[in-house]
Ligand binder design. Structure first.
Ligand SMILES: C[S@@+](CC[C@H](N)C(=O)[O-])C[C@H]1O[C@@H](n2cnc3c(N)ncnc32)[C@H](O)[C@@H]1O
Length: 274
């Protein structure tokens, strides 16, 4: 593969800690990734008789700091970095990322469904966190969106990966942070959702040039699932028809809820005064 101006989208199979060393400094325009969370995750959903597989580097997080350094190195100046995380590993990712980047937000992805876990002893998890950071300075495209992103999760029966992310959600982030032809890196690509999102950006918007992607995934089965699912090469995009499903518009913030809260506060004040 040639890492030059003519770079074509690619899904590489291998260890990102090794493969990233080949990527030149300041080569990519966005990092959007969903790393292992260090929680030794095992989905309970069964495919036929087998559980969905566990994945690599999910036991400890000792790799995070040096990995963030690689992300900083390969990102151009004035670019964005999105990193999925969870409440209990957020401190590790935040501290490593904020050493080099300016962390701008912790986005909250609200899902339609929630995970299982401790059914009686904990609240049902219906959200995930995404650290949003910048290298240098860059404006977000389009209007100012809320830091709460509402998007349905991939239905569990359609998942090839235990933590597969919805393409619509990733596409929104890519569109906020890149322009056509820019290169999106996902070094923990799983089933290639970030690549599908780059292609969808092109198909839905009709942009002349696609966002290019550089995906890396260690487990060949996940990569095969992506290629089998039609993660097309850049050349075959020209004649690709528009998908039937149109964009899920981001839901408007629930201003009614804020108003109700204010009304209650006024009421309390009035009660105290009288
Ligand atoms: C949380 S999952 C990402 C799932 C993905 N967002 C999707 O929608 O399918 C993290 C992925 O990183 C992969 N992984 C872990 N360590 C890796 C490494 N050193 N190099 C490349 N991939 C790795 C795992 O196999 C796993 O598929």
């Amino acid at each position: 593969m040639s890492y030059n101006e003519q770079f074509k989208s690619e899904f590489k199979c291998g260890d990102c800690f090794e493969l990233l060393k080949e990527v030149p400094d300041e080569f990519v325009d966005l990092v959007l990734t969903d790393p292992p969370y260090g929680i030794d995750y095992q989905s309970n959903r069964r495919v036929a008789r087998e559980k969905l597989p566990k994945f690599a580097n999910d036991v400890d997080l000792s790799w995070v700091e040096s990995w963030v350094e690689q992300m900083y190195r390969v990102l151009k100046n004035n670019t964005h970095f999105y990193c999925f995380t969870r409440f209990d590993t957020y401190p590790v990712f935040y501290s490593a990322i904020s050493r080099l980047f300016k962390v701008k937000n912790c986005l909250i992805w609200v899902k339609n469904n929630h995970g299982s876990g401790d059914l009686n002893g904990s609240y049902a998890p219906q959200s995930e966190m995404i650290i949003f950071a910048v290298k240098g300075k860059r404006h977000l495209n389009g209007p100012r969106d809320s830091d709460v992103l509402e998007c349905d999760n991939v239905p569990s029966a359609h998942r090839a990966h235990a933590t597969q992310k919805p393409v619509e959600l990733l596409r929104q982030l890519i569109e906020k942070s890149t322009g056509p032809e820019e290169i999106v890196l996902d070094p923990f690509a799983g089933t290639g959702s970030t690549g599908f999102a780059c292609l969808d950006t092109h198909r839905q918007r009709g942009d002349k040039f696609i966002r290019r992607y550089l995906l890396i995934e260690m487990n060949p089965k996940f990569r095969e699932a992506a290629l089998h699912g039609g993660l097309a090469s850049q050349e075959s995009l020209v004649d690709m028809p528009l998908p039937k499903k149109l964009e899920i518009a981001p839901k408007k913030r629930n201003t009614a809820r804020t108003q109700r809260y204010r009304a209650k506060k006024d009421q309390t004040l009035w009660l105290e005064l009288s």
